[in-house]
Ligand binder design. Structure first.
Ligand SMILES: Nc1ncnc2c1ncn2[C@@H]1O[C@H](COP(=O)(O)OP(=O)(O)OP(=O)(O)O)[C@@H](O)[C@H]1O
Ligand SMILES: [Mg+2]
Length: 358
């Protein structure tokens, strides 16, 4: 995508997005509701015409091609199955539209239904299928044409947790086996983290950061990305001094910490420090370390093998994540500090608090 801009009347839904997807890669488009994910996907598929910019496949512009000629399979957010056709007829639709021979259609429909574990449901109409089953038929329909590009718009939204995991693995297997290039729209960050080779985080029609999931998680480019991908604790403060590649920051909660940042700050600058729950640790209330700040433990909640601490420090509400061993500590006064070696992110503090939600 090269400078793609899409407008609906007054609404600029996609603002000059330039983004490339490598062959056989899964790129996740991640972002809050209304940020333009579906619009961008439909522009790639050819259902929406960009006002400016180009969509290129292997270096050649495809903007003049109708959706059926783009080699693109798409699973719509709303499934968009034909209600009067059976599941098998729905899956066959794209192949028939392309005039494939009858025997090949039968073979490919069977294979596609089997891939999504819906072989027993070919004769049913969508109205007689559950939401998750319809979603799988929509996926089979997209796979049946053996697309070189597969576009998935929230394809797992209607599935329960275990089926979702099954299908995520299935798609990844199919995608790896056939080398399909895949764009996956989701607003589930765990899904993006586990499925994608790279993720693009969108906000307000723009891409704020593109990179491998771990890189986006560890080094968010903006406070918005830090808050949207993973959980983050936001602590305001003021830069005291530069110390090599790091800054010494006086936090408003009453502690002095050091944090590295690729961004340039001057002494006196207001900053926002974003720390992951696993980057913070509880300390005893009597700990005198100036890098730890006073807080109050409200409650601790087990989460599988971990313990989540809900902590209040002045006006800041913090979440801490530690592995669970022994009984949870009692609520009451504590201190909180960055774990040794933790690398929190430092951003300029904006006047309008950046990035809490959409
Ligand atoms: N047909 C339309 N006419 C006018 N505005 C539209 C239309 N479709 C979408 N929009 C607007 O364009 C923006 C982007 O919508 P889009 O559907 O791409 O968001 P999204 O990121 O897919 O959101 P969600 O996660 O809720 O599916 C939104 O502000 C939306 O209201
Ligand atoms: Mg959408």
């Amino acid at each position: 995508m090269d400078g793609v801009r899409v407008r609906y009347g007054q609404t600029l839904a996609v603002r000059d997005v330039t983004l490339s997807v490598a062959p056989s890669e899964i790129l996740a488009l991640l972002g809050p509701s209304g940020c333009g994910k579906t619009t961008l996907l439909r522009t790639i598929a050819g259902f929406i015409r960009a006002e400016a910019g180009r969509v290129l496949v292997d270096g050649a512009g495809i903007d003049h091609l109708p959706p059926g000629k783009r080699g693109v399979g798409i699973v719509f957010q709303s499934y968009a199955l034909f209600p009067h056709m059976t599941a098998a007829q729905n899956v066959a639709y794209g192949l028939e539209a392309r005039g494939r021979p009858k025997a090949e259609i039968i073979r490919r429909v069977e294979a596609a239904l089997a891939a999504v574990r819906m072989d027993a449901f070919g004769a049913r109409r969508p109205g007689a299928l559950s939401g998750g089953q319809q979603q799988r038929i929509a996926l089979a329909r997209a796979l049946a044409i053996e697309p070189s590009i597969l576009l998935l718009d929230e394809p797992f939204a209607a599935l329960d947790r275990s089926l979702r995991l099954d299908l995520q693995l299935e798609i990844k297997r199919i995608q790896r086996r056939f080398g399909v290039t895949c764009v996956l729209v989701t607003h589930d960050q765990d899904e993006a983290m586990s499925m994608a080779d790279r993720m693009a985080v969108m906000r307000g029609g723009e891409v704020e950061q593109v990179g491998p999931p771990a890189e986006v998680y560890d080094s968010p480019a903006t406070a918005f990305v830090a808050g949207f991908v993973g959980t983050t604790n936001r602590l305001h403060g003021r830069v005291e001094a530069r110390e090599g590649a790091a800054y010494r920051v006086r936090l408003d909660v009453g502690a002095t910490v050091t944090a590295e940042s690729p961004r340039g700050f001057a002494a006196g600058d207001r900053v926002l420090l974003c720390a992951r729950p696993e980057q913070l640790a509880l300390r005893p209330a009597e700990d005198a370390d100036p890098a730890a700040w006073p807080a109050r433990l409200r409650l601790s909640m087990p989460l599988g093998p971990a313990l989540i601490h809900d902590v209040e420090a002045g006006t800041a509400e913090l979440k801490l994540h530690q592995s669970r061993h022994g009984p949870p500590p009692p609520p009451g006064p504590v201190r909180v500090a960055l774990l040794p070696g933790a690398r929190p992110s430092l951003f300029p503090a904006s006047l309008s608090p950046e990035g809490d939600s959409a």
